[in-house]
Write a protein of this length. Structure first.
Length: 260
């Protein structure tokens, strides 16, 4: 079985380092003795906790089991950018992964369309992350299930990965996250594994036809919980899960990790 990725997207939580540390300690405590060669745990805290999380990972048992990821990257390492964090800074902090193009950055909640990151910005960030040696976790997914959502998804994927070689795409993790399924949306519900597979196949086929990558690793994200994680993780076409809300509910998150 190919390795499964469990990615924790903490977003702008928790409120304090004490809480963050207690999540990590709980995971550390409960993963002892579990031989999880089959899975790779990636913890993506907010920027302010990156350095501390990196330290805890290195000093605990988690060093064998968890890796560090950031939630965003500046578009370019060499231009001045107020508020930006460059890829090289992330690398120096010990990050190996970076989430790029999350829907909350593409379409910030409460803002009208067009105020967030375009496909073009996401594309440039992927290129910068790869140049820095980071593994991009690239989020794609439709906003709603209109009749032609697969066509829309292919267009988004096409623009997001424009100009990238097959080799570069093979180095990325792709997270298929239908925006309507993300738990913070009103009326959010997880996608079904069957319907997520349709979208994932469409993404894989599109990239194969246009970029010929040797490998395409696609995760599912959107209201993943301890109840449904196994439904997604047990499918060979799905390389793992990107977990938001449930990743800071420590007891639940450990249950999710144990399902690989
Ligand atoms: P969720 O978030 O698991 O809370 O739905 C996933 C995400 O936004 O990455």
């Amino acid at each position: 079985m190919a390795k499964k990725y469990i990615v924790a997207n903490w977003k702008n939580h928790p409120d304090s380092w004490a809480e963050a540390e207690s999540i990590l300690n709980y995971i550390d405590e409960h993963l002892k003795g579990i031989a999880n060669q089959e899975s790779s745990l990636v913890v993506c805290p907010p920027f302010v906790f990156l350095e501390e999380v990196s330290r805890v990972i290195q000093l605990s048992q988690l060093t064998q089991k968890a890796e560090l990821g950031a939630q965003d990257i500046a578009i370019n390492d060499s231009i001045s950018l107020t508020g930006g964090i460059s890829g090289m800074m992330l690398v120096k902090l010990g990050a190996r992964y970076v989430i790029i193009g999350h829907s909350e950055r593409r379409w910030p909640r409460g803002e009208s369309a067009g105020t967030g990151e375009s496909n073009q910005i996401v594309n440039l960030k992927i290129k910068q992350a790869l140049a820095d040696g980071l593994i991009p976790i690239v989020c794609v997914g439709e906003k709603d299930r209109a009749d032609d959502y697969i066509k829309w998804l292919k267009q988004q994927v096409g623009a997001t990965f424009a100009g990238l070689s097959g080799d570069q795409i093979s180095r990325c993790l792709i997270a298929y996250e239908p925006v309507w399924a993300i738990s913070t949306n009103p009326d959010a519900r997880p996608d079904t594994p069957e319907s997520a597979l349709e979208s994932i196949s469409a993404i894989r086929d599109f990239l194969a036809e246009n970029h010929s990558p040797a490998d395409v690793r696609i995760l599912y994200g959107g209201s993943v919980t301890e109840k449904n994680a196994k439904d997604f993780l047990s499918l060979s076409e799905i390389a793992g899960v990107l977990v938001g809300g449930a990743s800071i509910r420590k007891e639940e998150f450990v249950q999710i990790i144990k399902q690989v």
